[in-house]
Design a protein around this ligand. Structure first.
Ligand SMILES: [Zn+2]
Length: 199
């Protein structure tokens, strides 16, 4: 038996979300149908609003409502350091730690020859331009994940910007190999930043 068209469409939409398979998508679709109409309207509205009101900061690439984002716009922050991360959610993780007061740069990915992702596919040019423009920046702390792609990206960036006399460091690996910044607890992140090493 086929599902009625509206349910089939809803299942298809849930299937586009990461980590959701056929079974979960179907369960979510039927759950949605049972929800109060107001709640469904709120849910739909927050989806549309999140997409419409948020964009990427033109300086650091983080997700923001205003451009530049509040971190880039805050002159009280340490303007000499920038942490380079893979994803906006890594910025959130590092900010939760409340121990780092410098700037950020979001790559939106890593170099991955397997997936055909080269330097032009991630936000590396933006970082180089930033370093050329902002002479206050003295240290780039690379906080890509401890995966082979994350390591290769760190080395690539290091080689690219070192000639410009900028100190390049990498987070110490209290972070387990293969682990994501996103899932590290605050103490581990703090130690990783404290113990960062020049590369
Ligand atoms: Zn920004």
């Amino acid at each position: 038996m086929q599902y009625p068209e509206p349910i089939a469409k809803l299942i298809d939409s849930y299937l586009k979300l990461p980590g959701i398979g056929e079974k979960t998508a179907t369960r979510l679709a039927f759950f949605t149908i049972d929800m109060q109409e107001d709640d469904v309207a709120d849910f739909a509205q927050s989806l549309v609003a999140a997409k419409k009101d948020l964009h990427y900061c033109s300086i650091c690439g983080n997700i923001t409502e205003s451009d530049p984002c509040i971190i880039c716009a805050d002159r009280q922050r340490d303007q000499t350091k920038v942490i380079v991360v893979e994803q906006p959610k890594d910025v959130m993780s590092l900010e939760r730690m409340r121990e780092y007061h410098g700037l950020y740069h979001v790559l939106h990915g890593v170099l991955s020859p397997m997936e055909g992702k080269g330097p032009e596919d991630i936000n590396i040019t933006g970082l180089v331009k930033r370093l050329q423009k902002n002479t206050d920046l003295k240290e780039v702390i690379i906080a890509t994940n401890a995966t082979p792609e994350g390591e290769a990206t760190a080395m690539y960036i290091s080689r690219l910007i070192k000639p410009a006399q900028i100190k390049v460091t990498r987070l110490a690996h209290g972070l387990a190999v293969g682990s994501d910044i996103e899932y590290a607890d605050e103490m581990t992140l703090f130690k990783a930043i404290e113990g960062r090493q020049e590369i």
